[in-house]
Ligand binder design. Sequence first.
Ligand code: SIN
Length: 525
Amino acid sequence: MNSDCRVTDVLIIGGGIAGGSAALKLAEAGYRVTLVTKAREPYESNTYYAQGGIIHRGPEDSADLLVRDLVAAGAELNNPQAVRILAEDGPRLLKQVLIDELGVPFARRADRSLDFTREAAHSTERILFVGDATGKAIEEKLVERLAEHPNICFLTGHTAVDLLTPAHHSTNPLHIYEPLSCIGAYIFDQHSRNVQSCIAKATILATGGLGQIYLNTTNPAGARGDGLAMAHRAGARIINAEYVQFHPTAFHHQQAPVFLISEALRGEGAKLLNDAGEPFMHKYAPEWKELAPRDVVARAIHHEMLLRNVDHVYLDLASNMPADKIKERFPTIYEKCLAYDVDITREMIPVVPAAHYFCGGIWVDEWGRTSIRNLYAAGEVSCTGVHGANRLGSSSLLEGLVWGNRAADHIIPRLPNMEHFDIRAVPLWDDSGLHETADPALISQDMTTIKNIMWNYVGLVRTTHRLERAIGDLRSLSLEIDKFYRRVKLTDGLIGLRNCLQAATIVTDAAWANKVSRGCHYRES
Ligand code: SIN
């Protein structure tokens, strides 16, 4: 990292829609931004893999109607102020940033007007999409702009290790008496294997979710709770961590990695069937059936699988949409399934629920401020309260866009009066006594253990016994991983393992403490 990038106005960790849109706004306002991502490819982020779409305002729609749907899906645990901000400001920002500034090629009808689709628990058509790869289209446009901006130092292959707070990291011990504040982060360069401090007047965490703590997840490899764990170690307030959303339909195949089968298929008429070819959603959600909120559909599938002693159910699109329309509307899903010999224009798709979205996170206010001074968070790593106890589909890209912009809006007028912390008072990263490198086999085995604990004991249906077992198992693993972490030289994998373990512990402790079933946190006992 060159010295220009090491001392910057704003450090942003994560390059999806939340971090990327904040970076663009700050850079356009003339400030210097260092944007780091641990990914090797600049576009690699949760945003890139979002299939379904992004909420806009449909022809028969209003902010009030969207508020109603968000709150109904969120089991009324939503933060009213945050929901109102999203519903009122979201469509305006979407048009301004994604359509007018970035030119994202959203689907249009023959008359060139925007085409809208519908998803579960939405009472009207209001979702913009780009085939079945909406996030990819957005991220590619965003990265194009980030990469060429002269005020942005965009570093791939750089993993944030820890947030810097004078209370923890200053060479002046008296800083312990000051309120917690963030002055940047230690960053690990995967290429040189060095750790350097990056000093910033403000820091935005936009690292995405934590699906990788579960055995089955729709999330990419990078979704390992890095931001959540770092914020937790720094002392930030974390809320709603028990609310992990399981997507009802992930592709189920012995040889295939788990991948998302978008809710948009059900929005376009696909039906869920059990192994006997019978529809079952009418038994669990007579009013909404396949279009019930995700937690309801995911538990219905889980229940049906237990009832019939099978390990998956089916999604039938072929009977409800002509083959040529399927190929045009869902090209990515069509190709991915075909690679495993499932032709979705003729056959039913085997599906199971999988961990998909973290509705909790680092507490933030309406401007993305966390409980630590000069530390902001936006997107899935944060908890604005928009999603309550369960997220409405296609709301997360919009939330990332809105809070990425709001964090930038809050920071911009304050920057001229903010000072850098003296970099000389930040201790150098000291790993001089460490020679051993982390054995990837050990990391992989520990990751598998965490994933199994979370899947089996902290999954869709939770009980006191399972949660207690998970807490015990995670605690003993933590002793081992802590020792391991202190003994060997850093790698990205080791950083991820430690963060995954802490994220898993945060989720499990919250799930254990909350005995009330609500939204996607479901307690059987
Ligand atoms: C999907 O396409 O089903 C996922 C979209 C989302 O989670 O918002």
